[in-house]
Design a protein around this ligand. Structure first.
Ligand code: ZN
Ligand code: FE
Ligand code: FE
Ligand code: ZN
Length: 267
């Protein structure tokens, strides 16, 4: 078993389990490295309007960092990396940069979870799809992913086609949109996450879809692996399938991170 770079903890308000519980599971699976990537505080909202069910509170960030670093120092078992999952909100780049500078992250996952303030992947706001045109949403979403890549804030773009979460799978005919997205990612020299949570979501497909991943391969975009576990039982979930898919499209290496520097490791 290789690595899982996308684990959440109870601190984010919608996951279960402590750092230690995740590590126990990772140890049992024989993972080499585990990365915690809990949801960074909602820097883009004023403190009073932040939702404690969506991301850790600002006062918790220092404790989160300290807890993961302590686990990393403690051993034995998998090497532990300190990451975070940060929302990309255009226009708020400077605020996010300040949060990121203040802590010794090994890597930062950048996520598009909001389109004009609508949390499109939040089950509680799923009714928002009813009043919007899916084709337009898909284009808007991928253009925002391109901006996230170009922002220079992130090491990895998490679940790069999350817009398909509630299904159905993305329609054919998106090749040029994918191509433009993958080119932006390559130009920015960021990594794409192969995220297995899609297998557990209504769409029942890994993020990103195979066509997108083949384009990443063609453009030599590095990839990293994550389960997006929100409970200890999901650590490593689906990663064997993700590795099989990566090999099938031609990948022989995955990316690891140390102090925001990328290292390639044989798959
Ligand atoms: Zn989450
Ligand atoms: Fe996410
Ligand atoms: Fe996540
Ligand atoms: Zn995620």
């Amino acid at each position: 078993m290789p690595v899982d770079y996308h684990c959440h903890t109870a601190r984010c308000g919608h996951a279960q389990g402590t750092v230690e519980e995740y590590l126990r599971r990772a140890r049992a699976l024989g993972l080499e490295e585990v990365g915690f990537a809990d949801h960074l505080p909602q820097y883009f909202l004023p403190p009073g309007r932040r939702d404690p069910g969506l991301a850790m509170a600002e006062e918790e960030l220092a404790d989160y960092v300290a807890e993961v670093l302590a686990a990393a120092a403690a051993g034995p078992g998998p090497a532990v990396r300190l990451g975070c999952e940060a929302d990309y909100v255009p226009g708020r780049e400077a605020d996010l940069a300040a949060f990121l500078r203040a802590h010794p992250f090994d890597y930062v996952l950048g996520s598009v979870h909001y389109l004009d303030g609508w949390g499109f992947d939040n089950p509680a706001h799923r009714n928002g799809y009813a009043t919007r045109d899916r084709g337009e949403l898909i284009v808007t979403y991928f253009r925002l992913v391109q901006r996230a890549a170009t922002s220079g804030l992130f090491d990895v773009l998490a679940h790069p086609d999350l817009i398909k979460k509630f299904g159905p799978r993305l329609p054919p005919g998106l090749t040029s949109l994918y191509e433009e997205t993958v080119r932006a990612i390559k130009k920015a020299d960021v990594c794409v996450e192969v995220n297995t949570a899609g297998l557990r979501h209504p769409v029942q497909e890994i993020y990103p879809t195979e066509e997108f991943l083949r384009l990443c391969r063609a453009h030599r975009v590095p990839v990293c692996l994550g389960s997006d576990a929100h409970r200890p039982a999901d650590v490593g979930a689906g990663l064997e399938q993700a590795v099989a898919l990566l090999r099938e499209v031609g990948y022989r290496e995955i990316a690891l991170f140390r102090g925001r520097r990328r290292i390639l490791r044989e798959l």
